[in-house]
Unconditional design. Structure first.
Length: 258
């Protein structure tokens, strides 16, 4: 038993799609969710910058006495995870490994941010567990700002999704991994575009399963009330307003400012 909270971070609201999956299967854990809204978007930044931002967040979360940290961001998972893992003595989870280990298809698509795609971490990580797999990667840079502005289910997001997903039309993929945690916000529109025969994967789902197993095996599970604390590096009220207005994820949470 360990009642300390779990630290989780992203550049903005994207990581909430991961937090939602964690809360579903770990209702007795407390979480500190850190949104780095001062530096969003991460997806077009250099590795050096992403490492710098992630280091500061990890140190902040450690100072709040978290027991483990979840990188709920595909870009930071791609570019900063190896550095963080090497330099901090606290268990750190990224969103790539759990899906890389569990994917069984032979021909898949992945959509992610520009920096994440350019890093080639997705292909490298997947081929560690399955070398016999065709991977088609596409960067979708406009989806993060659209998600942050609450423009899902609009004409403009539909046009962009159509444009990006056109790349997969003749590739015969059987699964599409949403490699940026903002993308599940467009889940319905992506499904509409690709049809029901393609399995669309929210990376938060395999992560949550692995993560729960890890907490259990390490005797780190808690029996708390499921409190969620939100931190934003930029304007806190603007972030909370966005959450309350555009996101139904808050149903689970009790908010407070540290
Ligand atoms: N949600 C993040 C990711 O998974 C960050 C996107 C961004 O800030 O560009 O990559």
């Amino acid at each position: 038993m360990d009642s300390r909270p779990i630290g989780i971070f992203d550049s903005g609201i994207g990581g909430l799609t991961v937090l939602k999956e964690l809360v579903k299967i770990l209702p007795n854990e407390d979480f500190i969710y850190y949104a780095d809204t001062k530096h969003i978007p991460y997806g077009n930044k250099s590795q050096k910058q992403i490492i710098e931002y992630s280091k500061n967040i990890v140190e902040f979360l450690i100072s709040k006495n978290v027991k483990v940290i979840v990188i709920a961001c595909g870009t930071a998972s791609s570019l900063a995870y190896p550095y963080l893992k090497e330099h901090y003595n606290i268990p750190i989870f990224n969103i790539i490994k759990p899906i890389a280990q569990s994917i069984k298809d032979k021909n898949i698509g992945i959509i992610a941010t520009k920096s994440s795609v350019a890093s080639h971490v997705w292909e490298n990580e997947i081929s560690k567990y399955n070398s016999n797999i065709n991977i088609h990667l596409v960067a979708c840079p406009v989806l993060v700002p659209l998600a942050e502005k609450g423009l899902q289910n609009t004409f403009i997001s539909k046009q962009y999704i159509k444009h990006y997903l056109k790349e997969f039309k003749d590739k015969n993929i059987t699964s599409l991994i949403l490699g940026c945690t903002h993308y599940p916000i467009f889940y319905e529109q992506i499904t509409e575009e690709l049809g029901n025969n393609i399995n669309i994967i929210n990376v938060g789902t395999p992560l949550a399963i692995d993560f729960k197993k890890f907490l259990y095996d390490s005797s780190l599970l808690a029996n708390n009330t499921g409190n969620i604390t939100y931190i934003a590096s930029g304007n806190y009220n603007a972030f909370m307003h966005k959450l309350n207005k555009r996101n139904r994820l808050l149903v689970y949470s009790v908010c407070q400012i540290i």
